[in-house]
Design a protein around this ligand. Structure first.
Ligand code: CA
Length: 232
């Protein structure tokens, strides 16, 4: 499958050459030309990697980066910095950039960094399928290590969020009432506290579904919730 790369860059000539080169390498390329639309696209599209210019109108690249990470978006990001300055690099990495390239950059170097980062992110959780792993759509839950990945990107969950996700994944494509979820995940001591379920479903959605085109967690009106595979 073709990997999808979002280029957030306001200089038309640079954005255009990046698009041409990346498409030539076989990637699908999207573009945004200011910080605000960059955040929107990065949050709504199903991208494998973002190339993010630092000097952008509306919101600069560091701010875009900060907001994406704050919202829990784990997508690999390469910063394009205008100057090779230590403060730029440090603040880029502090705010969660995975790599950076200094302008003017050699296209070969940039392409190599793109390939490298995509390889690292795709290599992480690829391991033999076993009974210890629940896989549904692009979600993988490792029961033994309690690690969770969506599209091969690691997701941090609290213990209760993890239990809730495992329950929904084990019963994927089945409607579950709030009461059932509550007694199975929290136990009988919590009977009547069904709003707990709503609160934790909201937390899970933030972590599991936000930024992904296909949502896994669905509200079943008048019943409760269901983890649904996109083609189920
Ligand atoms: Ca710029």
């Amino acid at each position: 499958m073709k990997e999808r790369i979002l280029v957030i860059e306001d200089e038309e000539s640079i954005a255009r050459i990046l698009q041409l080169e990346l498409e030539h390498e076989g990637y699908v390329v999207g573009r945004a030309s200011d910080g605000r639309s960059g955040i929107e696209q990065a949050s709504s599209g199903d991208w494998d990697l973002v190339l993010l210019d630092v000097m952008l109108p509306e919101l600069n690249g560091i701010e875009v980066l900060r907001r994406l990470r704050q919202a829990g978006n784990p997508i690999p990001i390469i910063l394009l910095t205008a100057r090779d300055t230590i403060p730029d690099k440090v603040s880029g990495f502090e705010h969660g950039a995975n790599d950076y390239v200094t302008k003017p950059f050699a296209m070969e170097e940039l392409l190599a960094r793109v390939r490298n980062l995509l390889r690292i992110f795709q290599a992480q959780p690829r391991e033999a399928e076993s009974a210890d792993v629940i896989k549904t759509a692009d979600l993988a839950i490792e029961l033994r290590t309690r690690k969770v990945y969506r599209k091969d990107l690691p997701i941090e969950l609290t213990p209760r969020e993890f239990e809730l996700l495992v329950y929904l994944a084990e019963h994927r494509n089945e409607e579950k009432s709030r009461e059932e979820i509550l007694s199975e995940v929290w136990g009988y001591d919590f009977i009547g506290e069904t709003n707990l379920v709503d609160v934790y479903i909201r937390y899970l959605r933030q972590k599991i579904d936000k930024g992904f085109r296909h949502k896994l967690i669905h509200t079943v009106r008048g019943v409760g919730y269901m983890l649904k595979e996109p083609d189920a």
